[in-house]
Design a protein around this ligand. Structure first.
Ligand code: CP
Ligand code: NVA
Length: 306
C-alpha cells in the first residue's frame, strides 16, 4: 500500500514522532543519509508560487543522494485538461515520489489516486503539512518537547496553516488554540478530526474569537498571512477584521514569558506580525524556515522506506 502525505493526519502520532526524531538526526549529520542514492528522482511540482518549499525540497532531495526535478506546472499539461490521475500514474513510472503544491485538495487527491509512489502535499488550499513538521521540530528544539505544550495560532483561522496546526499539533500531544474573526474560522470537519486525535494523544483543540484569551500563557504563538495565495481578489476585507490578531509586543505579552513565535513565511511585516516581534528575541522563525529542509528529508526517507 503506497503511503501518501496529503494531510497532517496521514501520520499517526508514533509515525510523526519517528519522522521528527529522524529529522533531528539528519540535521545533526546533514550529509550522512542517502536513501535516494542511485540517484532516484523526485518530481516537485508547483501550481503556486514558492521560495522555501521549492528550494528546501530541491536541496534536500540532492542531499539524500537523489535527483530533484522541480517543475512549474504551467509548462506541463496540468492546466489544459490532462487528467491529474493520469499524470500521477505516468510520473510513477519515472520517479520515486511526487511532491505537489496546488490549489484544491481534490487536485492532489486525484494525483494520488493515480500514483503508485508516495505523493506529498507541499501546500494546498486546505493544509500545509510539511510546514508543520518543520514547526514541530522547532518546538521540540526550543521548548524541549511538544506533549502538553500550548500552541496558539492567531489570524486567518480558515486557512491551510490553521488547519494543519489543528491536526499536526494535537497529533504531537499539544493543546492547540486557533483564534480568528467571525467568518474566518476553521472547517468544522478539521476541528472534529483534531478533537478525535486529541483523545488519544492527551492534546486538545479549541477555537476562539478573542485573541488575548487564546494567547494567554501559551508556549508558542504562531501566525500567517491574512491573504493566502489565490485569495488576493476574493473581494473580502482581509485587513480590518484581522487587526486585533496582529502578533505585536502587546499581544505577545499575554503569552508565557519564554514563549516562542512562529511564522511560516513569507511575512507581511506590519500586518499579521510586527518587525519588532519577527526580529525579536522570541522569534524562532528562521530556525523554523531552516527546519523545512531537515523535516522534509526525514519525511521522504520515511515514506520511501515504507
Ligand atoms: N512557508 C512556505 O511554504 O514558504 P514558500 O511559499 O516560500 O514555499
Ligand atoms: N497561508 C499561506 C501560506 C504560505 C506559505 C498561503 O497559502 O499562501
Amino acid at each position: 500500500m503506497t503511503r501518501h502525505f496529503l494531510r497532517d493526519d496521514d501520520l499517526t502520532p508514533a509515525e510523526q514522532s519517528a519522522v521528527l526524531d529522524l529529522a533531528a538526526r539528519m540535521k545533526a549529520d546533514r550529509f550522512a543519509h542517502t536513501p535516494l542514492a542511485g540517484p532516484r528522482a523526485v518530481a516537485v511540482l508547483f501550481d503556486k508560487q514558492s521560495l522555501r518549499t521549492r528550494i528546501s525540497f530541491d536541496v534536500g532531495i540532492a542531499e539524500l543522494g537523489g535527483h530533484p526535478l522541480v517543475v512549474d506546472t504551467q509548462v506541463t499539461h496540468f492546466g489544459r485538461g490532462e487528467a491529474l490521475s493520469d499524470a500521477g500514474r505516468v510520473l510513477s513510472r519515472y520517479v520515486a515520489a511526487i511532491v505537489l503544491r496546488t490549489h484544491g485538495d481534490d487536485r492532489i487527491a486525484e494525483v494520488a489516486a493515480g500514483a503508485s509512489v508516495p505523493v506529498v502535499n507541499a501546500l494546498t488550499d486546505g493544509f500545509h503539512p510539511c510546514q508543520l513538521l518543520a514547526d514541530l521540530l522547532t518546538v521540540r528544539e526550543r521548548c524541549g518537547g511538544t506533549v502538553g505544550r500550548t500552541l496558539t495560532y492567531v489570524g486567518d483561522a480558515a486557512n491551510n496553516m490553521a488547519h494543519s496546526y489543528l491536526l499536526a499539533g494535537v497529533t504531537a500531544g499539544m493543546h492547540v488554540r486557533i483564534a480568528g474573526p467571525d467568518g474566518f474560522q476553521p472547517a468544522a470537519e478539521v476541528v472534529a478530526r483534531a478533537e478525535e486525535i486529541a483523545v488519544d494523544t492527551g492534546g486538545s483543540a479549541q477555537v476562539f474569537t478573542d485573541p488575548v484569551a487564546a494567547v494567554r500563557d501559551a508556549d508558542v504563538v504562531a501566525t500567517d498571512t491574512w491573504t493566502s495565495m489565490g485569495q488576493e481578489s476574493d473581494g473580502l476585507d482581509r485587513i480590518t477584521p484581522f487587526l486585533p490578531y496582529q502578533v505585536n509586543k502587546t499581544l505577545l505579552g499575554h503569552a508565557a514569558p519564554e514563549a516562542i513565535v512562529l511564522h511560516c513565511l513569507p511575512a507581511h511585516r506590519g500586518e499579521e506580525i510586527t518587525d519588532e516581534v519577527l526580529d525579536g528575541p522570541q522569534s524562532a522563525v528562521f530556525d523554523q524556515a531552516e527546519n523545512r529542509l531537515h523535516a522534509q528529508k526525514a519525511l521522504l526517507a520515511f515514506l520511501l522506506a515504507g
